[in-house]
Design a protein around this ligand. Sequence first.
Ligand SMILES: NC(=O)c1ccc[n+]([C@@H]2O[C@H](COP(=O)([O-])OP(=O)(O)OC[C@H]3O[C@@H](n4cnc5c(N)ncnc54)[C@H](O)[C@@H]3O)[C@@H](O)[C@H]2O)c1
Length: 246
Amino acid sequence: MQGKTAIITGGGSGFGRETALKLAQRGVNISVVDLSKEKGEETVHLCEKLGSDAIFIQADVSKVEDVKKYVIETVDRFGKIDLFFNNAGISGSGVRTLECSEEEFDTIVDVNLKGVFYGLKYVVNEMLKTGGGSIVNTASLGGLVGMPTLGAYSATKHAVIGLTKTIAGEYGRDHIRINAIAPGTNETPMVKAFPAEAIKAMADAVPMGRLGQPHEVGNVVAFLLSDEASYIHGAVISIDSGSAAL
Ligand SMILES: NC(=O)c1ccc[n+]([C@@H]2O[C@H](COP(=O)([O-])OP(=O)(O)OC[C@H]3O[C@@H](n4cnc5c(N)ncnc54)[C@H](O)[C@@H]3O)[C@@H](O)[C@H]2O)c1
């Protein structure tokens, strides 16, 4: 993967950061895209320590002008886009689905669905100019099954899987390889802040009896983006301790 260029949205934390570090170890140039300047710049710093050429681009993926900006700035700096981890997303306030406010529902759709769509629209356009590329969209276990109290989130993640499969059918012959991941609950900073008994209950509910670690997702994404996964296309890869299988 040496010398390739990747864009990672939501690169300031969690799965985005862990994937950035994995790609940095493999000599990939990285555009870290995030709303948070502080978190994004920290990821850039960590990538640079691993020898990667990395830049931070502050952007809100739900705003189409910001998406165009991160694509243009990446091409200006690195000349092309080979790899795209279309990952930034938000969850929800955890109320019963029909009690979710219209405003909250709109925000979740804007970030999790429109943000993913805008990214695909403008990144694929660039990849077509240089002969193709590889893309991973972040869905969720909640994109495969319902998630009580996270209805808007679950609906958008189902939609991300629909976009992934459809675009796979449309762009495979253009050498654009596209897949989705469906992670279960991971010990990200947000989950770590829950009370210990809540974390234990979540861990007890999954077949392996523990929550996932963000680097376990980063490992899979780096593989899917690489040529080692050259015949995996239009797939939804569960990373969830077997939760989707039950
Ligand atoms: N953590 C889990 O257990 C879990 C499970 C399944 C799926 N996911 C999905 O994985 C993805 C990453 O989650 P994570 O756990 O690494 O989260 P995280 O909160 O650790 O990181 C998300 C990053 O995205 C950034 N971000 C949020 N909204 C943004 C926006 N509008 N524009 C640009 N950046 C934005 C945040 O600043 C943050 O740095 C999300 O799509 C999430 O839905 C997470």
